[in-house]
Design a binder for this molecule. Structure first.
Ligand code: ZN
Length: 188
């Protein structure tokens, strides 16, 4: 099981110290929630902070505008919302052409079947287990069954995509998510 700590819970007054602490820890990658105040009802980090981390989860409208900027900031993985991309196939191709791993996120209300035609191109699928916008929310229980449905889709299509979960991950939900088939857990 991989762990991806979210910088949303960091002490922003000492962000360099927080990132150094994570770099010395056994975590696998740092997760950065970029919020635009349009796609989600909150605003978080911009490009100066993106430069410090490896995995960028863009909770923004029109994320395809920022592919080269995210790549130039050194991110290894770019994660966009299915709900924010009208031309998702094209956006995934552009992320991969830029040399990054491609991930797509589904909001709690978006079914797994929306990824049926792109799953073979994805390195990761992130299931939101809360409605995106804020840290510290309560886990949405349907996520456990949804991990199973995603696992089925991945097996049926021969995709190599990892399953990541974001929101409400704690000591109670983490083992259940692992048992359901999640590969990476984001935690605050
Ligand atoms: Zn996230």
């Amino acid at each position: 099981m991989k762990v991806s700590p979210s910088l949303l819970s960091a002490d922003f007054g000492h962000i360099a110290r927080e990132v150094e602490m994570l770099n010395r820890s056994c975590c696998d990658m740092i997760h950065l929630d970029v919020m635009d105040g349009v796609f989600v009802p909150n605003i978080s980090f911009g490009f100066p902070v993106i430069k410090a981390v490896s995995a960028v989860h863009l909770m923004i409208v029109r994320p395809e505008q920022y592919v080269s900027q995210v790549r130039d900031s050194g991110a290894a993985l770019m994660n966009v919302h299915q709900e924010a991309c009208v031309h998702l196939n094209r956006t995934i191709a552009e992320i991969k052409r830029a040399g990054m791993k491609a991930a797509v996120t589904l909001n709690p209300s978006t079914p797994v079947c929306m990824l049926e035609d792109v799953i073979g191109d994805l390195d990761m699928v992130l299931l939101m287990s809360v409605n995106p916008g804020f840290g510290g929310q309560k886990f949405i229980e349907n996520t456990i069954a949804k991990v199973g449905r995603l696992k089925e889709l991945i097996a049926r299509t021969g995709s190599h995509a990892e399953i990541e979960i974001d929101g409400g991950v704690n000591a109670e939900t983490a083992p259940r998510l692992a048992a359901a088939g999640a590969d990476v857990l984001v935690a605050g």
